[in-house]
Structures are given as C-alpha cells and as structure tokens.
Write a protein that binds this ligand. Sequence first.
Ligand SMILES: [Zn+2]
Length: 67
Amino acid sequence: MDSLSLPRPGCCKWAEGDAGNYTFPCSNRVEAGVSYCEEHSSIVYIPPEERRRSRSGGAPMTFRRAA
Ligand SMILES: [Zn+2]
C-alpha cells in the first residue's frame, strides 16, 4: 500500500483519491521534469469547463428524437 502512496521518480504522477488519501495508479514512464504521461497530461490540461461537460453523468451524446 505504501508503495502507491507516493509518486515514483520517473513515473507519471497522476493521482487518484481524496485529499490526504491519494494513490498513484499510473506507472507509465515519463521524461525527467515531466509530471504526467501523455495519456494523463491530455486529461490534466483539459479546461475545467470541458471536463465538467464530459463528466456530467456520463449521459450519451445529446439524443434528439425526430418527433
Ligand atoms: Zn499516467
């Protein structure tokens, strides 16, 4: 458990969990000075608005019925 409670040097620092109880489930290698792997950096740098929109309940794309 302890091995997951700190980011590993040279590995992605993507964190999951609540404040004070993070885990770092991603073990992808990253370049020195880079915090996140490609996959996670693409998530991290999404503007908050974008993120909120895509997270709203996981509802399918707008459904429009031809009435
Ligand atoms: Zn990652």
